[in-house]
Design a protein around this ligand. Structure first.
Ligand SMILES: NC(=O)C1=CN([C@@H]2O[C@H](COP(=O)(O)OP(=O)(O)OC[C@H]3O[C@@H](n4cnc5c(N)ncnc54)[C@H](OP(=O)(O)O)[C@@H]3O)[C@@H](O)[C@H]2O)C=CC1
Ligand SMILES: O=CCS(=O)(=O)O
Length: 251
């Protein structure tokens, strides 16, 4: 059976992707910081597919490397890495943000993603044809908006890192895709607002955001394409989300 390693499997896209891959019989390596949620997911899926849970903070390069080095033999030949763990913080304007929040986004969305990728690359290359790295970027990596500051910049990194990886992985069979979702109803906004449930509810009220399952379906689709197809970037927005015109500062 193919094997998927999914970071940030305790919530949102990651958890939905775990369920989608499990439904197709894939073996799973699921990571996140919240052990009890990982355990619950293992209870849910573990009867039908092999599930290994790893309580892991992606920012900890040593812990990530150790966890990947010590994968059990039967789960060592990873087919698909889903680099999903990530977060936004500080929706306020840049000039009002705590520096620590910028660092947390950089450490998680950039450093964490490269930590996991670096650790998994030898295993993915050993798998060869059919292997893939699916990075979860964002529309915020391409389209600026107020309060996007460092979050959007981290997702621009994710996109360009993926393209550059593709250059170096030529000939290995390993594919790299940046999936860039727009507004999706997960715990994302609760995290971004540091627990403001009312703000999160208000953002998603009266419209039709993407659901975690919508993105999980895209992740699974990309992971199961024929070996010779590489989707470089897949931007997915709700039908009811579009762009605004430029704004002008006037006297
Ligand atoms: N929802 C949206 O509108 C969009 C989200 N995205 C991106 O999608 C990805 C998933 O977000 P989404 O599902 O929406 O949000 P959720 O908050 O629901 O899920 C985020 C996941 O990331 C994990 N995570 C966060 N920090 C760390 C860390 N330091 N180490 C390990 N795991 C971590 C969390 O696990 P735990 O807390 O247990 O560690 C959780 O499982 C993120 O990269 C986000 O930027 C992109 C576009 C749109
Ligand atoms: O990445 C998340 C989507 S948005 O909040 O930037 O639109």
């Amino acid at each position: 059976m193919p094997i998927a390693m999914i970071t940030g499997a305790t919530s949102g896209f990651g958890r939905a992707a775990a369920r989608r891959f499990a439904a197709a019989g894939w073996s799973l390596i699921l990571t996140g910081r919240r052990s009890e949620r990982l355990e619950a997911l293992k209870q849910e899926l573990g009867d039908s597919v092999e599930v290994l849970t790893l309580t892991l903070d992606v920012r900890d390069a040593e812990a990530v490397a150790r966890a990947v080095e010590t994968l059990p033999d039967e789960l060592g030949q990873v087919t698909c890495l889903v680099n999903n763990a990530g977060l936004a913080l500080a929706p306020q304007p840049a000039q009002e943000v705590d520096l620590a929040d910028w660092h947390t986004m950089i450490d998680t969305n950039i450093t964490g993603l490269v930590n996991v990728t670096h650790a998994l690359l030898p295993r993915l290359i050993a798998t060869g044809a059919g292997a893939s790295i699916i990075n979860i970027g964002s529309v915020a990596g391409s389209w600026p908006y107020p309060g996007g500051h460092v979050y959007g910049a981290t997702k621009a990194f994710v996109e360009q890192f993926g393209y550059n990886l593709r250059c170096d992985l030529k000939g290995t069979g390993v594919r790299v895709t940046d999936i860039a979702p727009g507004m999706a109803e997960t715990e994302f906004t609760l995290v971004r607002t540091k627990g403001d449930q009312a703000a999160s509810d208000a953002l998603y009220r009266g419209t039709t955001p993407l659901q975690a399952e919508d993105i999980a379906e895209q992740i699974f689709h990309v992971a199961t394409l024929p070996d010779h197809i590489n989707i470089n970037r897949l931007e997915v927005m709700p039908t009811r989300q579009t762009w605004s015109p430029f704004t002008i500062d006037r006297d």
